[in-house]
Design a binder for this molecule. Structure first.
Ligand code: FBP
Length: 345
């Protein structure tokens, strides 16, 4: 089947080449960046496929900026992403969940390179609690352009110079198959690629993905429901109440890995909920490398993502590790929740 984004089975490299030709002013930089990201995804997929045999499971003994115990694979995935960008004069700075400060990549940090290049925000391994039980996990990435000039020397300077718009956003899902899903903005839609490990290539498998306007699933950690704010808690109870006219009750699908749950909802429809609650009033999920990139993908597919009152993609961060509540998925489902919250629940 051929679409305007390529024929199913098209290699990622050819898809990028042909997409680039549609933009006369394209420099090829985003294609090169996506190729670097794809390499990181392939390397992580290979490590995960042998994790139980290669002594890389379990805690690393290191804690991250949020004092969360890192798994050995968290640290390995973090290093794989940094290595992927270590050349090419495109990415002088990388912000990840597992480092206190942004990583500066000196090879790319000439004064000229800092201006107009890219900062990558990445969750190298999302859903780490699934690793030891061979559950699906993922990586999430968000690319923003750098303004100004000169090396970025502080978090405040980084946040002052990055673009509000994500130039590329997406994720890998490491499941029965490894997938790369990305968007280069609303006009470019959402494209999905499946890794053929036999040839080491990502092949186009989901062209121009559109999320259903309403869906059969909801995903949340119901264990915490009693501590939720009133409106989202009441909304979940309405999803569970029989209402054949709206296909309810919905089915619960919650894997413990954000990116896996959102990928299901992107393809089948529904809503994912992660509110702020008493223990984490600002929410558990990170804005810059979890909520914002997934919101960019879901919105480019016709869906919606809010923190309760604001579109996630419109929130400008005050710090790299900022957390946020996240309600994301089918437009009609999220709009219904937004109305519940606005009604003062
Ligand atoms: P990590 O990135 O540290 O794995 O934390 C994020 C996450 O694992 C999400 O992937 C997942 O949706 C969520 O935490 C699970 O949280 P909870 O255990 O509260 O349901």
């Amino acid at each position: 089947m051929t679409t305007s984004y390529g024929t199913i089975g098209t290699r990622l490299h050819r898809h990028l080449f042909e997409t680039e030709r549609r933009y006369p002013h394209a420099t090829g930089e985003l294609s090169a960046l996506l190729s670097q990201l794809a390499l990181a995804g392939k390397r992580i997929a290979r490590v995960l496929s042998r994790a139980g045999l290669a002594e890389v499971l379990g805690p690393s003994g290191v804690t991250d900026v949020e004092k969360e115990r890192l798994q050995k694979l968290d640290t390995l995935a973090n290093e794989i992403f940094l290595e992927a960008f270590a050349y090419g004069q495109l990415v002088p700075t990388v912000v990840t969940e597992h480092m206190d400060l942004p990583a500066r990549l000196p090879e790319n940090e000439t004064v000229a390179a800092s201006a107009g290049k890219y900062v990558v925000f990445v969750d190298p391994l999302d859903g780490a609690s699934n690793l030891d039980i061979n559950g699906a996990v993922g990586s999430i990435f968000s690319v923003r352009r750098i303004g100004g000039s000169g090396p970025i020397l502080s978090e405040a300077e980084l946040l002052a110079r990055i673009s509000q718009q994500q130039v590329v956003a997406g994720y890998f899902v490491y499941g029965p198959a490894t997938m790369l899903v990305y968007t280069a903005g609303p006009k470019s839609g959402v494209q999905g690629f499946t890794l053929d490990p036999g040839i080491g290539e990502f092949l186009l498998s989901h062209s121009d993905v559109r999320i259903p306007r309403r869906g059969p699933y909801y995903a949340c950690n119901e264990g915490g429901l009693a501590a939720w704010p009133e409106a989202p808690r009441r909304f979940v109870e309405s999803l569970r109440a029989p209402d054949p006219s709206r296909g309810r009750p919905l089915a619960t699908r919650y894997s413990g890995a954000l990116v896996v749950d959102v990928h299901r909802i992107l393809l089948r429809g529904g809503v994912f909920l992660s509110p702020g609650a008493d223990v984490e009033p600002d929410g558990k999920l990170r804005l810059m490398y979890e909520a914002a990139p997934l919101a960019a993908v879901v919105e480019a597919a016709g869906g919606m993502a809010i923190d309760g009152t604001r579109r996630i993609v419109s929130i400008f961060p005050e710090e790299n590790q900022q957390r946020t509540p996240l309600y994301i998925g089918s437009r009609e489902d999220v709009e219904e929740l937004e109305r519940e919250i606005a009604a003062g629940g």
